[in-house]
Ligand binder design. Structure first.
Ligand code: SAM
Length: 281
C-alpha cells in the first residue's frame, strides 16, 4: 500500500536541489542534436498548486523554493536565473509563485521533436492527477512500477538515455532495488545519464544505496548533498537531500556548485552544500 504523496512536500529544499540538477543536466544534453529518451521512474502528480490542503499542511515550500523566488532579480548566477525564469512559465500569473512543478513538467520542458519521455507512477490517485496535466505530446504516462518499467524499456530506440529515479523510499528494500535497476540500465545503455535522489535521515539508510553502488563496479558516480542542518541524537526527519548523477556531463559539478553557492544561504544559516565523486572514472 503506497501512502506517500508528494503534494505534502512540494517545493521543499530537496525539490529545489533535485529539479535544479535535472534542469542543468538537460541543458547539457540539449547541446547535441541526437535524440534523447527521458524516463522518470517515480513521477508523482507533475504539478502542485501551493494552495491545496496537502501542501498547506506543512508548507515546506516556504523553506525551499519560496525564499529563492523572492530573491529572483537579485541573483547573478546564470543557471539559477534561467531555472527561475523557466519556473515562472509554470505560473498562471508570471509575477506570483502559486504552483510548483514536479519532475514530469521539468522533463517535458526541454523535449524536442526527436526526444521521448516516459513517466511511471504506481499510486492510482497520483497517476490520475498526472494524467490530467498538460504535458508535451511526446510524454507517455504509464500506471505501473517504475524500476520494472525502466528495465523493460532498455535499451531504448534513441542514441541517448537520461533517467530520473526518485522513489519515496517507503520500503527499506528500495535502496538496493535502485542499485539493481541502475546496474541493469547501464549494462544495456553504457553511456546513460542516471540521476538518483535520496533522503538524508538520522538512521542513515542511504548508506546501503551508496555502498551498493560503490561495490557494483559502476564508474563515474558523482554525488551532491544539501544539508539543512547537522543532525544530532535528538534529530528526527529529513535533515538533507542527496543527488547522484552517473555519467554526469562535463562541467556539471562547477555549474551547480556556483548556483548552490547563491542558493544555500537563502535556505538558512546552517545549510551546507557539498559535492564529490562517489566513484571516479
Ligand atoms: N519525481 C517527483 C518529482 O520530482 O516531482 C516526485 C516523486 S515522489 C518522491 C515518489 C512517487 O513515486 C510518489 O508519487 C509515489 O506514489 C510513486 N511511487 C512509489 N512507488 C512506486 C513504484 N514502485 N513505481 C512508480 N512509482 C512509485
Amino acid at each position: 500500500m503506497l501512502s506517500y504523496q508528494h503534494a505534502y512536500h512540494a517545493g521543499n529544499f530537496a525539490d529545489v536541489q533535485k529539479h535544479l540538477t535535472l534542469y542543468a543536466v538537460a541543458e547539457y544534453l540539449l547541446r547535441k542534436k541526437t535524440a534523447i529518451t527521458y524516463v522518470d521512474t517515480h513521477a508523482g502528480r507533475g504539478l502542485y498548486p501551493l494552495n491545496t490542503k496537502e501542501t498547506q499542511r506543512l508548507q515546506e515550500y516556504r523553506e525551499g523554493i519560496w525564499p529563492l523566488w523572492q530573491a529572483r532579480g537579485q541573483l547573478t548566477d546564470p543557471l539559477l536565473n534561467s531555472w527561475l525564469t523557466t519556473l515562472g512559465t509554470a505560473q498562471p500569473n508570471a509575477s506570483e509563485l502559486t504552483h510548483y512543478p514536479g519532475s514530469p513538467w521539468w522533463l517535458s520542458q526541454p523535449l524536442r521533436e526527436q526526444d521521448r519521455l516516459t513517466l511511471f507512477e504506481l499510486h492510482p490517485g497520483e497517476h490520475e492527477h498526472l494524467s490530467a496535466q498538460s504535458l508535451s505530446p511526446q510524454a507517455q504516462r504509464i500506471y505501473g512500477d517504475g524500476l520494472a518499467g525502466l528495465s523493460g524499456l532498455v535499451p531504448v530506440a534513441t542514441p541517448r538515455l537520461c533517467v530520473l529515479i526518485d522513489p519515496s523510499y517507503e520500503r527499506k528494500a528500495e535502496y538496493l532495488e535502485v542499485v539493481d535497476a541502475v546496474a541493469y540500465s547501464l549494462a544495456k545503455v553504457r553511456h546513460a545519464v542516471l540521476l538518483v535522489w535520496y533522503p538524508l535521515l538520522p538512521a542513515g539508510k542511504h548508506h546501503s544505496l551508496l555502498n551498493g553502488l560503490r561495490e557494483s563496479g559502476i564508474r563515474k558516480i558523482w554525488r551532491s548533498e544539501l544539508q539543512r542542518y547537522t543532525p544530532n541524537e535528538q534529530s528526527h526527519g529529513m535533515y538533507g537531500s542527496g543527488m547522484l548523477v552517473i555519467n554526469p556531463p562535463w562541467g556539471l559539478d562547477e555549474r551547480l556548485a556556483a548556483a548552490m553557492g547563491h542558493l544555500t544561504p537563502l535556505l538558512g544559516t546552517d545549510s551546507d552544500y557539498r559535492s564529490e565523486w562517489l566513484v571516479g572514472e
